[in-house]
Design a protein around this ligand. Structure first.
Ligand code: PMP
Length: 418
């Protein structure tokens, strides 16, 4: 695997110095943090940006006449602009802060299916197509939306290796298709679907297109302006940022179709006893006091990724995934999911006759943090004929030595458990 090391231009020592939490012992062994698909660690630069905001500029935003409120508002709006640039938003796009991907996708599915001043976008008999690779956060809200509107939910099922195919989507699309929702990377398997092609196909058929970018923003960073994508969701804590912040970013006309789900302060322009008029975007969808410090931190995380270099990060995590997948697949009785995926940071595997929780526990004893279970994608793992799996996921700070420790750790665990 020496060639993978050569392909890696990251200065890992310098990168890891930004994440002091990585430099600790767990169960007497150096920590190998391989649970980045759940939550990444946060660099000092992000922590410092948030500390600066909380110490100097903390105040509620918008319409405060005093200096701190103005500074907080400026910080918040600067963060919004920085994140718009980060995801390649153009002049016709708008970014709405949310608490994360789940919140953003609920806003989309709820906002398109709830009654408001205009009829809901989804009507009885309409069809919603959701890919079969989705996290529950991009499936359950659509189940609810379909039920609320009397629409039909159709699933774009993956093949036996967990891949999505454009021909299958073409067969599902009809003049009644109103929505197509797909992930940029399946968190449970590490499959990176050809979402560019799928979104374009669905958009051509007249569907509103939704991309769950939660597992891509840490390295691949889908660029909105280059995609036939109406709405895209992501979370801060999966891209080196804080928890409790994320965004829904998309075409203004698509965001305008969303009925607000949170009514109250900040999202209204005028209020009478019996009715209210709502603000324009983005405030219309940001009712209540936002997590300003976290927005500042998220923008700092985007800047950090930009400084290290997206291409370098992407190449690094892909190489880690490739090495891990090859090493694990070579262990007897181990099945690596999405074996052909070459553009993700996630490797998920099942071991015949062994429960993933036992593997996870034995790895933890060796200081290796992985995730086990159904990864909030129960129907997908059922469809692939698997129960739960063990998942290792990589970020820019992981090393090839950690991947090797994972392989050896799994081998040892399986010997003990079989
Ligand atoms: N979608 C995908 C693909 C995910 O991996 C996750 C988190 N595991 C989510 C959505 C939900 O993200 P959050 O918990 O940050 O809302």
């Amino acid at each position: 695997m020496a060639e993978l090391r050569l392909a890696n231009p990251l200065d890992l020592a310098a990168v890891r110095a930004q994440f002091p939490g990585l430099n600790q012992q767990v169960n007497g062994m150096p920590l190998a943090y391989l649970d980045n698909a759940a939550t990444t660690q946060m660099p000092l630069a992000v922590q410092e940006a948030m500390r600066h905001f909380e110490q100097h500029d903390r105040a509620n935003i918008h319409r405060g006449m005093h200096a701190l409120s103005q500074r907080a508002t400026d910080d918040f709006e600067r963060a919004r602009q920085a994140l718009e640039r980060f995801v390649g938003a153009g002049p016709g796009h708008e970014l709405v802060f949310t608490s994360g991907t789940t919140d953003a996708l609920n806003l989309v599915a709820g906002g398109l299916s709830s009654p408001g001043t205009v009829p809901a976008w989804i009507r009885p008999g309409d069809e919603i197509i959701v890919s079969g690779l989705e996290h529950h956060a991009n499936l359950v809200p659509w189940q609810q939306a379909a039920r609320r509107c009397g629409a039909v939910l159709r699933i774009l099922l993956p093949d036996g290796q967990g891949r999505l195919h454009a021909e299958d989507l073409a067969r599902l699309l009809t003049p009644r298709t109103r929505i197509f929702a797909v992930t940029a990377c399946a968190n449970a398997t590490g499959e990176r679907p050809p979402y560019e092609v799928l979104l374009a196909l669905a958009a051509d058929a007249g569907a509103l297109t939704v991309l769950d970018a939660a597992q891509a923003v840490g390295h691949e960073v889908p660029q909105l302006s280059a995609l036939a994508c109406d709405l895209m969701a992501f979370s801060g804590h999966k891209m080196l940022g804080p928890m409790g912040i994320g965004a829904l970013v998309g075409r203004r006309e698509a965001l305008d179709r969303l009925v607000p789900l949170r009514f109250g302060g900040d999202m209204v322009e005028w209020v009478g006893w019996d009715e209210a008029r709502f603000n324009d975007l983005p405030s219309r969808l940001e009712g209540g006091t936002p997590n300003v410090g976290a927005a500042v931190g998220l923008a700092a995380a985007a800047a950090f990724i930009g400084e290290v270099g997206r291409e370098a990060i992407d190449a690094h995590v892909r190489a880690l995934r490739a090495k891990a997948a090859a090493g694990l697949a070579a262990i007897e009785g181990v099945t690596v999911l999405a074996p052909n995926s070459s553009a993700s940071a996630i490797v998920s595997f099942a071991a015949a006759g062994v429960h993933p929780h036992d593997i996870g526990t034995l790895l933890d004893e060796q200081g290796i943090a992985v995730r086990t279970g159904h990864h909030c994608a129960q129907p997908l793992l059922d469809h692939l004929g698997l129960g739960s799996t063990t998942r290792a996921s990589f970020a820019l700070y992981n090393t090839f030595d950690e991947v090797e420790r994972l392989r050896i750790g799994v081998e040892r665990a399986l010997k003990l458990l079989r």
